[in-house]
Design a binder for this molecule. Structure first.
Ligand SMILES: Nc1ncnc2c1ncn2[C@@H]1O[C@H](COP(=O)(O)OP(=O)(O)OP(=O)(O)O)[C@@H](O)[C@H]1O
Length: 231
């Protein structure tokens, strides 16, 4: 008899048969995936295929029209403090305080998430790692779009989390910064943390993701049957 497979790690985040519509417009059709601790799922697909919609549902910002999102085995509730504490996200490029300097912005995030004595050192290290330390005292509004993206990625890194949700984290970054991002995300997983991301950059799928959900008009065509239907 074949040796029994060791039980796989339970999912941290799971989408089960998720469909979603905006008004009468169907966007997602019976999509499912599982993100395990230490794992990464990448959502890929063309513009308008439904990736950001699925990320918003997965983060508990909206409720799917049908199907369910489970977080630690329970129905996702993005308003619950323990859920918000466990999930860091970079999904909205315009979400920062334009009047705070970058250092103040990162300190605010770090302190709000319980870092006290270590906040200064953590923020300094995050700015160095993201190559924006020389802009520490500029307001967010005075940063280039790529520097602002680095600030948002740095903000997600200065707070504890179990799951990182990223919508096209490579956007507006130059090629060197993109490669460093791929390395950081691969390293992040090694600590047992999980990642759900949407991307248009194949390198993130190849080097970081363990599983890919490729959407075409809201259908996961990584499933061979669906791929044939779409073709
Ligand atoms: N709030 C909304 N109300 C109505 N329709 C929406 C809303 N948000 C997204 N959509 C529609 O849902 C579809 C999927 O959009 P979504 O942003 O999820 O795509 P995407 O795969 O992330 O695209 P991109 O690669 O361009 O970022 C699009 O047709 C879009 O117009």
């Amino acid at each position: 008899m074949a040796e029994a497979e060791p039980p796989s790690e339970p999912s941290l985040l799971e989408a089960v048969d998720v469909s979603h519509s905006y008004g009468d417009a169907p966007i997602l059709h019976s999509v499912g995936f599982q993100v395990r601790p230490g794992g990464c799922v990448a959502l890929t697909g063309g513009n308008g295929s439904g990736k950001s919609t699925l990320l918003h549902l997965a983060a508990g910002r909206e409720r799917s029209t049908s199907g369910k999102i489970l977080f630690r085995g329970s129905r996702m509730n993005g308003d619950r403090a323990s859920t918000r504490a466990a999930i860091a996200s970079v999904m909205d490029a315009g979400v920062f305080y334009p009047d705070l300097t970058m250092r103040e912005h990162l300190m605010l995030v770090a302190l709000a998430h319980g870092l006290a004595g270590e906040a200064d050192a953590t923020v300094d290290e995050a700015m160095a790692v993201h190559r924006i330390a020389d802009k520490a005292d500029l307001p967010g509004a005075a940063l280039s779009s790529g520097q602002r993206q680095q600030m948002l990625l740095a903000a997600a890194s200065v707070r504890p989390c179990e799951l990182l949700i990223l919508d096209e984290p490579e956007q507006r970054l130059d090629i060197g910064a993109r490669e460093e991002l791929a390395e950081r995300l691969a390293h992040f997983k090694e600590g047992g943390k999980a990642i759900l991301l949407a991307t248009h950059w194949s390198r993130l799928v190849e080097d970081v993701a363990d599983d890919e959900v490729h959407l075409v008009d809201g259908v996961d065509v990584e499933d061979g049957r669906d791929r044939d239907v779409v073709r």
